[in-house]
Structures are given as structure tokens and as C-alpha cells.
Design a protein around this ligand. Structure first.
Ligand code: ADP
Length: 345
């Protein structure tokens, strides 16, 4: 009979339905047990997509049965052992073709969450990752930062959304579909439901990482997204101020509630170095992010100063990592990327 490893190699031929990626690279194969009577393959349930799950079970059965010397094949589909505690009826879905989905969150608005999400996505791209960015912050400004207003979203013949591309990143925002007249109907609980569906209706293709810029806060909208999408981790953006830290704590609690690991805190607007005298000013206090990271037992991924060039670059639609990759702020984003890479590995 073949060894588990030989079976695993064979299972690499089984593609996730509709995608070019195989189920092994998705990490779906949990166990291969060889016994006298036959082989048992245990898979972790891929998604709420029952049709895809059934097809995968069938494909695995057929593939293994076709190997020489195998008397019988049994295929089990189980919920991941660390499956999150979810509300009844809710499902956590993988985004097919996407290796890791990271959610960038903040307890409150205005701390620079979108700035961090966009620049982090660009730094990951610069590090060679295939990156997608989804602006789930419908009324946030990150789209304005990245999109020229003349860009139009196209659909595939199957009416799936083709993401836009800039700086080598695929990105999409619900805000692209919202104008002043429709904005009203997008408010409220409907937004969350549509937003999650929307994410799965984008033709992302193959990505190493999809960065989700969550709406600010820790309410139902954020909770629903973090519950519905299979996230590799959350990143919390905060300023060093006590009020922001209290909210950062809430964001950590939110991720904990849905069993998503917090990869770390990013402290934004940490300090300001005056260009005139090169003196450092701790405008929002100092050490807050570090203390909070310790308290939450998560890494402090990086500290980003208040930086005029960063703000100006964003306003110009050329985020700092794209515009000046050698600048200290861009380099900090590169370091944050490296830390995230190590954690994900
Ligand atoms: P959020 O997404 O948390 O609401 P934004 O990323 O939109 O916050 O940032 C709010 C404003 O602060 C924007 O004008 C942005 O350019 C500016 N900003 C964010 N981070 C910095 C920074 N480190 N230095 C200077 N300006 C910043």
C-alpha cells in the first residue's frame, strides 16, 4: 500500500472546485490513516459551500482509489479543531485562492487604520507577495487614496467582480459602488451582510494575502465579518493615547471572541520629529502601545511617527510605501511585514 506521503502527493492533484489551487496547499488535508482495511483521509471542512465540500470528498475518494494497492477509501470532512465559536447559522468561509486573510482593525476612527492597511499591503507587495486589498470601511478614505476617480469596475461574464489594480495590488471597495444617493440604503445592518457576500463575489485569483481594512469600531459589522471569513489573523491599529488604547483592547476582545489570533498592534502617530530642530515630541504620550501589547500578550509590530510626508503622500493617491520606499516610515512597514511573515510561517 502507498505511504501517507505518497497519498498526499497524489492529493495535490485535487483542485479546490473552480480554482487552480489544490486542497493540500489550502491545508485541508488533516490526516491520512493507513490500515489493513484501507485508507482514511480526514479533511477540514473548507467553507460553508456544501457543494464544493461534496465535490472535494468525491474527488479525494476517486483520486486515492485510483492509486494501486488500495482496497478501500474512506473520506471524512470535519470542522477544524479550533473552529471558532460562532453564532448559530453563521459560517466561516475560506476565500478560495487566497492563502491568508488578514483583518486590520481599530477600536476607533481616525487612528490611521486605513493608512496602515494600504501601506502594509504595499509593503507586502514590495516583499514579493501577491496581495489583495479590500476596503470594507465603506465611508473611509482609503479608496480615495488609492483609486483615480476614472477607474471603473468590470464584471466577468459570470457577473463576478474584477478587482482594480494599482501598484501591483488587486483592490476593491464597496465604496466604489456607493454614491451619495445610494449611500443611505447601504447604512445599517444590511451593509454587513452585503459586505461579506461582496467579498466572496470578487474574482481575487491567487493571492498570498488579502488585507481587509475593517470599518472602525468593534460593533456588529466588524464582528460579522470576522466571524464569516476565515481569517489568519487580526492587526490592531492604535495611537498611544489612553482613549485609543481602551478601544484597541475592545478590538482585541472582538478577535478573541471569534477565535482569531491577533498578530500584533501597530502604534500609529507614535511621536513627531520636528523637521526644524530634529527634536522628538510624544504628542499622544509615549509607551502606550508597548504597555498595551504587553498587557494583551501580543507583539508590538511597529511604531509609526506622525509624518507629514505620509499624510501628503496619501492625499496625493501615492501612499508613502509606493512613493518613497526608502523613507523611514516605509521601512517600518517593511519591518512589520517581515514580522507578520514570520508569524504566519
Ligand atoms: P482611519 O482609517 O483610522 O480612520 P486614516 O488612515 O484615514 O484613519 O487616517 C486619518 C488621517 O490621518 C488621514 O488624513 C491620514 O493621512 C492621516 N494619518 C494617518 N496616519 C498618519 C501618520 N502616521 N502621520 C501623519 N498623518 C497620518
Amino acid at each position: 500500500m502507498p505511504t501517507p506521503n505518497e497519498i498526499l502527493v497524489e492529493l495535490k492533484k485535487v483542485k479546490y472546485p473552480g480554482f487552480t489551487r489544490d486542497i493540500v496547499s489550502f491545508g485541508m488535508v488533516k490526516d491520512i490513516e493507513i490500515a489493513y482495511k484501507g485508507v482514511t483521509v480526514t479533511l477540514s471542512a473548507p467553507s460553508a459551500n456544501a457543494e464544493a465540500a461534496a465535490q472535494i470528498v468525491e474527488d479525494v475518494r476517486r483520486t486515492v482509489a485510483a492509486m494501486p494497492g488500495i482496497p478501500a477509501v474512506d473520506v471524512h470532512m470535519e470542522q477544524a479543531a479550533n473552529a471558532p465559536k460562532m453564532a448559530p447559522g453563521s459560517h466561516r468561509r475560506l476565500v478560495p485562492g487566497v492563502r491568508h486573510v488578514l483583518a486590520v482593525a481599530s477600536g476607533k476612527g481616525g487612528v490611521g487604520k486605513s493608512t496602515v492597511a494600504v501601506n502594509l499591503a504595499l509593503a507586502m507587495r514590495a516583499a514579493g507577495w501577491r496581495i489583495g486589498l479590500m476596503d470594507a470601511d465603506v465611508y473611509g478614505p482609503s479608496v480615495a487614496m488609492m483609486v483615480g476617480s476614472d477607474q471603473r469596475v468590470e464584471l466577468t461574464p459570470e457577473r463576478r467582480i474584477i478587482p482594480l489594480e494599482r501598484f501591483g495590488i488587486r483592490y476593491i471597495s464597496m465604496a466604489l459602488f456607493v454614491n451619495d444617493e445610494t449611500a443611505v440604503i447601504w447604512r445599517g445592518p444590511m451593509v454587513t451582510k452585503l459586505e461579506t457576500e461582496f467579498l466572496f463575489n470578487v474574482e481575487w485569483g491567487e493571492l498570498d494575502c488579502l488585507v481587509l481594512d475593517l470599518p472602525p469600531g468593534t460593533g456588529d459589522a466588524q464582528l460579522t465579518i470576522t466571524q464569516r471569513v476565515a481569517l489568519a489573523g487580526g492587526i490592531i491599529v492604535t495611537t498611544p493615547q489612553e482613549v485609543a488604547l481602551i478601544d484597541a483592547r475592545k478590538a482585541a476582545t472582538m478577535f478573541e471572541k471569534v477565535n482569531v489570533p491577533v498578530l500584533g498592534l501597530v502604534e500609529n502617530m507614535s511621536y513627531f520629529v520636528s523637521p526644524s530642530d530634529n527634536k522628538r515630541y510624544d504628542i499622544f504620550g509615549s509607551g502606550g502601545g508597548e504597555r498595551e501589547a504587553k498587557r494583551l500578550r501580543v507583539p508590538l509590530l511597529g511604531q509609526i511617527p506622525i509624518d507629514i510626508a505620509t499624510r501628503e503622500a496619501s492625499d496625493r493617491g501615492q501612499p508613502i510605501v509606493a512613493e518613497d520606499p526608502q523613507s523611514p516610515v516605509a521601512q517600518t512597514f517593511m519591518k512589520i511585514t517581515e514580522r507578520i511573515r514570520q508569524t504566519l510561517a
